[in-house]
Design a protein around this ligand. Structure first.
Ligand SMILES: *[C@@H]1O[C@H](CO)[C@@H](O)[C@H](O)[C@H]1NC(C)=O
Ligand SMILES: *[C@@H]1O[C@H](CO)[C@@H](O)[C@H](O)[C@H]1NC(C)=O
Ligand SMILES: *[C@@H]1O[C@H](CO)[C@@H](O)[C@H](O)[C@H]1NC(C)=O
Ligand SMILES: *[C@@H]1O[C@H](CO)[C@@H](O)[C@H](O)[C@H]1NC(C)=O
Ligand SMILES: *[C@@H]1O[C@H](CO)[C@@H](O)[C@H](O)[C@H]1NC(C)=O
Ligand SMILES: *[C@@H]1O[C@H](CO)[C@@H](O)[C@H](O)[C@H]1NC(C)=O
Ligand SMILES: *[C@@H]1O[C@H](CO)[C@@H](O)[C@H](O)[C@H]1NC(C)=O
Ligand SMILES: *[C@@H]1O[C@H](CO)[C@@H](O)[C@H](O)[C@H]1NC(C)=O
Length: 458
């Protein structure tokens, strides 16, 4: 019987400890104050301007718009100018959207092109490794942003793929930040600096096994990092949820993504969660076998918006769903939506999925979210509006605390047996200030459960 007060004392002690941990992180975040308003960002694809013109963007739904993208010129290592037909677009984008809403900020995204990944990745790698080339690159980005009235710069290097790439990235970010700060002294404003990063702080799909992002350089030099929380199963040979919030059987989930970055030590106020405005499609092997995990014969058809097979824009999904015979299905365990029609199977982020994900980002006290890309939204900007409504509704509420018990939703699940490159516990043990809180809240939960069990049995 004497064990009961001891347990209570222990719980009390642990609760205080976790509160202290949390307060420190909150103060750290509050003191950073790098951006005055939280982030409701959207990527706008310049190559899709004819389908999704600047004039159609509902600017009250975003705080930050990314112009995606420009590339790197691998002859002089300056940021590459777009093709001639897109030059006027680059020159008018910022002024056009800010004319509609002057509180909007615009950022210029410099990216490795998905279609020619190797060439561009090699160029980024070479540039980042050489001091002369870094200086030329940094100078060119600031010049171009200022000339075209952008408020910031974004590096979308997808992805640094060796530990030396990661070390170079850290140096690049530090020099970029220093130059931006210096340039700000000659200007009425300071440019923002962000980076678009892999879903986890540790790279899984590379030959080397020790490829981790330089967390300190990221935390110290970026205004924030955009985690690409999607595309988890693009090469799957069975139907799958491509961007689940939770996944009990693997680390390919958005909750794992966010937890891994926080556990690695990035402050929550520097982390922005990605939400896809596209779905993943497949052709089923057997129309009657249409559950998640069912065998497929191929990725879905090439779509107009993505110009890729298996990648379907939300606007295109909405068109298909006009057919009243198609039933929209939800998987509440993973927080995913899907449907099948004939031999076609599609998983995507529905209105409900977006709502739960934005609430998750609020609950984790992240700086914000970004939509990838807003060019894929329907003509009413339905998903952009949903995300913005949920974010603002809850963000402005002083009463928004852990009333929904989100802290107790499934934590990142163990790795699948074939992949031991990073277990969640390994991720947590690498952590700085954030991991103790996570461990402690789990411990609290176990002790409470034990106590409940104890009380009900006596
Ligand atoms: C843009 O979004 C705002 C906020 O949701 C909404 O009130 C407004 O009607 C929208 N504008 C247009 C033109 O759809
Ligand atoms: C401009 O954007 C801000 C922040 O998103 C919003 O509060 C405001 O209503 C918008 N103004 C207009 C005219 O759309
Ligand atoms: C990139 O290079 C790797 C190894 O050199 C190769 O296996 C892969 O197929 C290449 N990818 C593309 C998109 O060219
Ligand atoms: C860096 O790049 C410059 C310009 O291309 C070149 O002259 C120099 O040798 C390079 N430095 C190193 C260490 O490779
Ligand atoms: C870029 O380099 C040029 C030439 O050296 C210089 O005049 C300019 O001020 C630099 N711009 C920035 C933003 O540093
Ligand atoms: C800022 O202005 C000073 C003096 O006009 C100049 O020497 C310096 O190069 C400028 N710095 C940048 C980064 O433009
Ligand atoms: C679509 O992709 C194909 C093959 O990758 C390419 O040849 C074609 O030019 C692309 N179309 C557009 C409109 O970009
Ligand atoms: C599953 O999620 C959907 C969408 O959020 C909701 O309408 C439905 O009630 C949920 N079902 C269960 C059994 O919780």
């Amino acid at each position: 019987m004497g064990q009961l007060p001891v347990s209570l004392l222990l719980i009390f002690h642990l609760l205080i400890l976790s509160t202290v941990q949390h307060t420190t992180a909150q103060q750290e975040c509050a003191s950073l104050k790098k951006v005055p308003h939280p982030v409701r960002a959207g990527y706008w694809f310049s190559h899709l301007a004819r389908y999704s013109p600047v004039s159609n963007i509902n600017t009250s739904l975003y705080s930050h718009l990314y112009y995606y993208s420009l590339s790197l010129d691998d002859t002089n290592f300056h940021v590459a100018l777009p093709p001639d037909d897109q030059l006027p677009l680059l020159a008018t984008f910022s002024t056009a959207v800010k004319a509609k809403n002057s509180s909007l900020k615009t950022l210029l995204s410099i990216a490795t092109d998905d279609c020619q990944t190797n060439i561009s990745n090699a160029a980024f790698s070479a540039m980042a490794a050489n001091q002369t080339l870094r200086a030329a690159f940094i100078n060119s980005t600031i010049e171009l942003a200022r000339t075209n009235a952008f408020d910031g710069l974004d590096l979308a290097w997808q992805f640094p793929s060796s530990s030396s790439d990661m070390a170079s990235l850290g140096i690049l970010l530090a020099e970029w930040r220093a130059h931006i700060n210096e340039e700000a002294q000659n200007s009425s404003s300071r440019l923002l600096l962000t980076a678009t990063v892999y879903f986890s702080n540790h790279l899984f799909d590379v030959p080397a096994d020790n490829v981790d992002y330089p967390i300190e350089a990221i935390s110290d030099n970026l205004d924030w990092a955009n985690a690409l929380c999607f595309g988890y199963h693009k090469n799957s040979d069975v139907t799958a949820f491509d961007a689940p919030l939770y996944d009990k059987s693997s680390h390919f989930s958005t909750s794992y993504s966010i937890t891994s970055w926080l556990a690695a030590g990035i402050p929550e106020c520097k982390l922005v969660m990605g939400v896809p405005l596209y779905g993943r499609s497949w052709f089923l092997r057997n129309k009657m076998k249409n559950e998640p995990g069912a065998p497929v014969v191929a990725t879905g058809p090439r779509q107009k918006m993505s110009n890729q097979t298996g990648m379907i824009a939300y606007s295109e999904i909405k068109e298909i769903l006009k057919d009243p015979n198609i039933v929209l299905l939800n998987d509440n365990q993973t927080v995913s939506a899907y449907f099948h029609s004939g031999g076609l199977w599609v998983s995507f982020d529905s209105l409900e999925v977006v709502e739960v994900k934005i609430e998750f980002a609020l609950q984790k006290r992240l700086l914000g979210y970004f939509l990838w890309p807003i060019s894929f939204d329907d003509s009413d900007y339905t998903l952009s509006k949903q995300a913005s409504d949920v974010w603002l509704r809850n963000h402005d509420s002083p009463y928004y605390e852990d009333v929904n018990g989100f802290e107790q939703t499934p934590s990142p699940a163990p790795l699948p047996p074939q992949d031991h490159s990073l277990t969640p516990s390994a991720a947590l043990s690498r952590s700085k200030q954030r991991s103790p809180t996570t461990h402690l809240s789990h411990l609290n939960l176990y002790i409470l459960l034990f106590l409940l069990f104890y009380l009900t049995t006596i």
